[in-house]
Ligand binder design. Structure first.
Ligand code: F3S
Length: 388
């Protein structure tokens, strides 16, 4: 990789230890993927926030970086392992809470915005078409690539942090035009609703793996697309997809591409594959984090109804959306907890719950392995009907 004089001096340690380590990481990534140079980024989004996922090893790395490093671009954080105010109600231990707050403090010292969400694009960190960015969090980066027209690879937490500290990222993969072309056409059967796009995404990712699907006639529902992005990234590592008339960089030709049909049967099979239990002790909605529109839809549906079961219910969202929805929160709080900055997958629920229900194919894929849960996968309405 060709480095500028300034980059060479950062690599030599003349700008401090943190910048040297960040440069070493970027240079190593650039060498692995054949990048020609570093390119400037406009924002970063970091994963590796929950104490559950990074542990003491991750804290040591962050302590080292925080000694003399600051981020150079707007940088936001993924969900952490707990709601900063309601962690006791979630069943989180004192030890976990202390270590989690220490992690957040380290990021704060580096100049990172410490609202923790996987939907930063609904709030302050919304890249523009053509922006080069370095985002970790598979659902968010796929949304940024595919719906917003920004350009990012599927970064890991350390790579995204290194890019944030240098303000640059290696030029390879989805930063380049030649890798932003569709590999398959996806035709979704009529009658499959946007509430089922999460299952559609899981089916596509499972069938095709890391591809660039081009969806015909899907439409532009933001909430449906964020669920689709999350599920496809989880089942197939898809970091970029195209939607007809929605994705800013539309393909010049679809000639010769295979068409894959996603049918009602695929959706039902996916639902069954993800389900391993019927009686949840936790119902968790909000993967990816609930948007303002989703909070309103939930509140409208639940208004005037009564909770008839003692199953614990979580509505997971970002602090920004939480603050914008006081009326909706009041309705939802009669049925469960509206939690900020965390989610059912990165919180340590395995110590408290055994069976979790979710309407997210991404959450349902990860809950068995990351949280030792049996899972009930259902539509939002089916899940709410278990308690009203
Ligand atoms: Fe977000 Fe957690 Fe789902 S990070 S995409 S709510 S698994």
């Amino acid at each position: 990789m060709q480095l500028t004089l300034e980059e060479e001096t950062m690599l030599a340690g003349e700008h401090g230890l943190g910048k040297r380590k960040a440069m070493e990481l970027l240079v190593a990534l650039g060498a692995i993927y054949g990048a020609d140079r570093l390119i400037p980024i406009t924002s970063a989004h970091l994963s590796g926030v929950s104490y559950k996922t990074i542990g003491e090893g991750g804290i040591e790395f962050l302590e080292e970086m925080a000694k003399d490093s600051k981020v150079m671009v707007r940088t936001t954080l993924n969900p952490m392992g707990m709601d900063a105010e309601r962690w006791r109600e979630m069943g989180v231990t004192e030890h976990f809470a202390q270590r989690q707050l220490h992690i957040i403090d380290l990021y704060r010292q580096m100049g990172v915005e410490v609202n923790c969400t996987c939907t930063p694009y609904l709030l302050s960190n919304r890249p523009k078409v053509g922006d080069h960015i370095a985002w970790a969090e598979s659902s968010a980066l796929s949304f940024a690539n595919s719906v917003l027209g920004a350009r990012t690879n599927r970064e890991g937490g350390p790579g995204a942090l290194a890019a944030a500290i240098i303000g640059r990222t290696p030029n390879y993969g989805l930063h380049l035009d030649e890798n932003r072309r569709p590999t398959h056409i996806i035709q979704v059967e009529e009658g499959i609703t946007k509430d089922e796009w999460s299952l559609v995404g899981h089916a596509v990712g499972r069938r095709l793996g890391a591809c660039v699907p081009f969806f015909r006639g899907l439409g532009n529902d933001v909430n449906g697309l964020k669920s689709l992005a999350a599920a496809m990234a989880a089942s197939g590592s898809v970091a970029f997809f195209m939607v007809e008339k929605v994705t800013p960089d539309q393909p010049s030709s679809l000639e010769g591409l295979e068409t894959v049909h996603i049918t009602r049967k695929d959706v039902e099979d996916t639902l069954q594959r993800l389900t391993s239990a019927t009686e949840p002790d936790l119902i968790a909605i909000g993967c990816p984090h609930l948007s303002e529109t989703e909070m309103k839809q939930l509140a409208t549906y639940l208004e005037g109804k009564t909770k008839k079961s003692d199953v614990e219910v979580w509505f997971c969202t970002s602090k920004g959306v939480y603050l914008r929805c006081p009326k909706e929160r009041a309705v939802l709080e009669r049925f469960g907890m509206v939690l900020c900055d965390t989610c059912m997958v990165v919180a340590p629920i395995e110590g408290v719950h055994k069976v979790t229900a979710s309407n997210s194919a991404k959450a349902c894929s990860y809950l068995p392995g990351l949280c030792s849960q049996k899972v009930l996968c259902g539509s939002q309405r089916e899940l709410l009907e278990l308690i009203i």
